[in-house]
Structures are given as structure tokens and as C-alpha cells.
Design a protein around this ligand. Structure first.
Ligand code: ATP
Ligand code: PMV
Length: 203
């Protein structure tokens, strides 16, 4: 499979309604879509799941309640695919990526991180988005047994050395402050030295 080699990969994780999409959208707005793309591991998963089950793919991608009706079954469906091939969704997610900075907005499992670290040992940085339970409840989260206590939500609670932990309980100013270092790194990596080399993904 052919893609374009990135200069920096920011791998985001965080609990439901912590604000992964919100924070990564803000970063892309700041860096610009020519420099930074947002890649969702759940994108190809939801696309195929929607086709197989006659569902609305764009609704599954959104922040509303629609996807929550199907979440438990989507998790099981995706885990069956991952058991056969750990890198299955990672490879699909990066297919079209051309920008020097990639944001993976929804890592959930150590196997996702391991795949990226193996393929791109120099480029990966891990970012955790955190918000209190109270904030997440206000954003529409409700604890669901079998989801919030399972690997999909807890797989990266231990065993990862995060490069940044972003608290997303506060206002825009507080968020901006916490993203400063990350912007400096991304702007540095996407500057003059941002190469456009082609690489081959194995496996
Ligand atoms: N800092 C913030 N300020 C205002 N609204 C926010 C902020 N962070 C998140 N939100 C809002 O909270 C809701 C959930 O955020 P988001 O969809 O980014 O979370 P998520 O972690 O991607 O959630 P999930 O994985 O459950 O889909 C969205 O409606 C989003 O706009
Ligand atoms: C099925 C799944 O990909 C849903 C992710 O949805 P979202 O990122 O919370 O919108 C979660 C998983 O892969 O375990």
C-alpha cells in the first residue's frame, strides 16, 4: 500500500465525550488542512459497519446519540476484524493521508499504538484528552456497562507514557494554553523540512 510519509503523528485517545473530536478539530483549524489531516481509526470501521447493516455512515461519525445505539455491536464487530489483523483499521485510516502532520483522533487499544510505533518509530507522539465525569455527563455521556468498563474505553488507561495530557474541562483560553507546545512542534515539523516521501506499509 502506498501513502505519503508524515513528519509527525499525534495519536489522541480519551474517554467518551472527553472532547477528542473537539480538540483535534481546533488543532487542525490552527495548522490548516493542507498541513494537518485528521484520521479516525473508527472511520473505515463505521463505513463498513454502516454498509453491512444498512445504517447512516455520516450519523455514525457524528457526536449525536445515533451511534450510541450501535456502539456495543460495532465494538464487537470491530474486535472480530482486529483479532484477524491488528493493523486492519490503521492501514485503512491512513490510505489517503498526504499532509505532513497526521492526527489520529481515536486510538483505543495498545495494539493501535504498537502498530503506529512499529511503522513510524520516529514520528509518533501520544496525547491524552481528559475531562471530568461531570463535564462528560453535561456533554451527553452516560455510563454503559460493557462499554465504559471494557477495552474500547479503558485499553489505554495504563501502560502508555503520554507526551501531553490535555485537560478539556475549561474554556478556550485554557485549552489553547495547553496546546502551545504541541503547536510549536507541529509547526516545526511541517515547516521547511516537511518532506513528501513515499513509503510502503508492510503487513
Ligand atoms: N472544550 C469544549 N468546549 C465546548 N464544547 C466542547 C468542548 N469539548 C467538547 N465539547 C462538545 O462536547 C461534545 C463531545 O465532544 P467530542 O465529540 O469532541 O468528544 P469525543 O471524545 O470525540 O466523544 P465520543 O468519542 O464519545 O464521540 C461535542 O458536542 C463537543 O462539541
Ligand atoms: C466501534 C468504535 O470504533 C466506535 C468509536 O466511536 P467514537 O470514536 O466514539 O465516535 C469503538 C471501538 O473501536 O472500540
Amino acid at each position: 500500500m502506498s501513502t505519503t510519509k508524515p513528519e509527525l503523528i499525534l495519536i489522541f485517545s480519551g474517554k467518551r465525550k472527553s472532547g477528542k473530536d473537539y480538540v483535534t478539530d481546533r488543532i487542525q483549524e490552527r495548522l490548516g488542512a493542507n498541513v494537518c489531516c485528521i484520521l479516525r481509526l473508527s472511520g473505515p470501521l463505521k463505513e463498513q459497519y454502516a454498509k453491512d447493516h444498512g445504517l447512516d455512515y455520516s450519523e455514525l461519525l457524528g457526536a449525536g446519540q445515533y451511534k450510541e445505539k450501535y456502539r456495543a455491536d460495532m465494538i464487537r464487530w470491530g474486535e472480530r476484524k482486529r483479532e484477524e489483523d491488528h493493523g486492519f483499521f490503521c492501514r485503512l485510516a491512513i490510505r489517503q493521508a498526504k499532509q505532513p502532520v497526521w492526527i489520529i483522533s481515536d486510538a483505543r487499544r495498545l495494539s493501535d499504538l504498537q502498530w503506529f510505533w512499529r511503522e513510524f518509530p520516529q514520528q509518533c507522539r501520544c496525547v491524552r484528552v481528559e475531562a471530568s465525569e461531570q463535564t462528560r455527563l453535561q456533554r451527553g455521556w452516560m455510563f454503559s456497562p460493557g462499554i465504559d468498563d471494557a477495552e474500547s474505553e479503558c485499553g489505554l488507561d495504563q501502560g502508555v507514557q503520554f507526551d501531553w495530557i490535555i485537560n478539556n474541562d475549561g474554556d478556550a483560553g485554557l485549552l489553547e494554553e495547553q496546546l502551545k507546545e504541541l503547536f510549536v512542534l507541529a509547526e516545526d515539523k511541517s515547516g521547511d523540512n516537511a518532506g513528501q516521501r513515499t513509503l510502503t506499509i508492510s503487513g
